[in-house]
Ligand binder design. Structure first.
Ligand code: MV4
Length: 443
């Protein structure tokens, strides 16, 4: 592959361009009219404007992206995360055009996008599942399942995922009320009204496993990331390894995750998501078929470039490397351009920028002095990733780096102080945080 089009923007487009350059691969950026001055446009060898700021008419507009791909003569497309990254139709159109989609096959994206089908495969290969319905349910069946597993239960959309289309229900009356609404909502949001039911876990941790898989059935698992510090399904802090997971349990889950990937013919980088309850039991939730925002924490402890391997796998290379030795602990803080009190986006011009550095510090960002953060997209402006030989050292380094981190300008606010509060909290330091930690911290 001599040339790759990056169908994304912001820090992840910059991240992908960097690895392409190191591999001697030419890069093509696409951008919206709001992103003319973006870092990814400046760093790419070639760039093509594909439309107005609205994502539906630019980064999400398949015909526009495909035209750019045609005129650019790039051989491959890296979709990054979000946007078209897990869209089976896009992956299929890219393949049909004779180009390489850097990611799983469209059929695989289709399968893992269907949470009911993914759970079926998980059950077959022996991954633990939350007690609930085996497949989609109607209201009567939902009532039966709820009485079998006990309230509270959660109703989920088969076509949902990542927190979209989930509803907690505490009794028969609420189920009767919410079930028809959930069907309607799922039909509108996903064009698929199928629902399934699970017992609702109280204060679990969110733990996900990283995999790389080639088309020859070789699967490399690279441990886990704990992502429990989140708000409204937006992760804020992620770390690897999880402080509460022993080597034995890690290896057990890694084995099952590898079986799952082989079973579905998974190719590329992927993430298998679990919830862990307060007794330490793991439950399969879903698989994500993309490079994730938080991939750098895995890179920092396993010393491997995941984007490089995405590209090598897409070229048809074999995953013939030995599993790298994990070393130390890495923590990522997502720096967002948002109001620290309301969490609302707070974009603006970057007038002063001081990025932290030093041993064990990595900053992935598309910011530069004079750049204006546009209001149309995700508020993520930087990822601060800090490594330490121990978790305590990683936390101390992250606090030091956050102290150095300075970004300001007209209208621009960030959540840097929020991160300092979390990293200083007793719960986080003791590893006792769970998915409702931020809610409880803010009370
Ligand atoms: C759950 C759950 C509790 N019990 N399932 C939301 C995202 C989706 N991937 C899974 N989600 C959840 N599923 C059962 N049976 C709680 C959540 C959940 C959650 C999970 C991970 C990270 C943040 C979350 C925030 C709210 C709810």
């Amino acid at each position: 592959m001599q040339s790759i089009l990056i169908a994304n923007r912001g820090e992840i487009a910059v991240r992908v361009i960097r690895t392409c350059k190191e591999m001697g691969i030419k890069t093509v950026a696409i951008y919206s009219e709001a992103d003319v001055n973006s870092m990814h446009v400046k760093l790419a060898d070639k760039s093509i404007c594909i439309g107005p700021p609205e994502t539906s008419r630019s980064y999400l507009d398949i015909p526009k992206v495909m035209s750019a791909l045609e005129v650019s003569n790039a051989e491959g497309v890296h979709p990054g995360y979000g946007f078209l990254s897990e869209n089976p139709k896009f992956a299929e159109i890219v393949r049909a055009s004779g180009k390489v989609f850097i990611g799983p096959a469209p059929e695989t994206l289709e399968l893992i996008g269907d949470k009911v089908k993914a759970k079926e495969v998980a059950r077959k290969i022996g991954l633990p599942l939350v007690p609930g319905s085996d497949g989609p349910v109607d209201f009567q069946k939902a009532l039966e399942v709820a009485s079998r597993v006990g309230y509270p239960v959660v109703i989920k959309a088969a076509a949902g995922g990542g927190g979209r289309g989930i509803r907690v229900v505490n009794n028969d009356r609420e189920l009767r009320e919410k079930f028809p609404l959930a069907v309607q909502e799922a039909e509108v949001a996903f064009g698929d009204g199928r629902l399934y039911v699970e017992k609702y876990l109280i204060n679990p941790k969110h733990i996900e496993f990283q995999v790389l898989a080639d088309r020859y059935g070789n699967v490399l698992t690279l441990g886990e990331r704990e992502c429990s510090i989140q708000r409204r399904h937006q992760k804020l802090i992620e770390e690897s390894p999880s402080s509460i997971l022993g080597e034995e349990k890690r290896m057990e889950i890694e084995g099952l995750v590898a079986d799952f990937c082989r079973e579905i013919g998974y190719e590329g980088a992927g993430t298998v998501e679990f919830l862990m309850d307060q007794e330490g039991n793991f439950y399969f939730m879903e698989m994500n078929g993309r490079i994730q925002v938080e991939h750098p924490v895995t890179e920092m402890v396993y010393h491997i470039d995941l984007v490089e391997w995405q590209i090598r796998i897409a070229k048809g290379e074999r995953l013939e490397l030995k599993k790298p030795q994990r070393r130390g602990y890495a923590i990522e803080c997502r720096i967002n351009a948002e109001d620290p009190n309301t969490f609302l986006p707070s974009p603006g011009k970057v007038e002063e920028l001081y990025l932290p550095g030093g041993y064990g510090v990595r900053v992935d960002t598309h910011l530069y002095c004079g750049y204006t953060v546009p209001p149309f997209y995700d508020s993520l402006i930087a990822k601060l990733v800090c490594w330490g030989l121990t978790r305590e050292e990683a936390i101390a380094r992250a606090l030091r780096a956050l102290e150095e981190f300075r970004v300001s300008g007209k209208g621009l606010k960030t959540n840097i102080d929020f991160h300092k509060r979390v990293l200083s909290s007793r719960e986080f330091r003791q590893g006792k945080h769970h998915i409702r930690f931020v809610e409880e911290l803010m009370l």
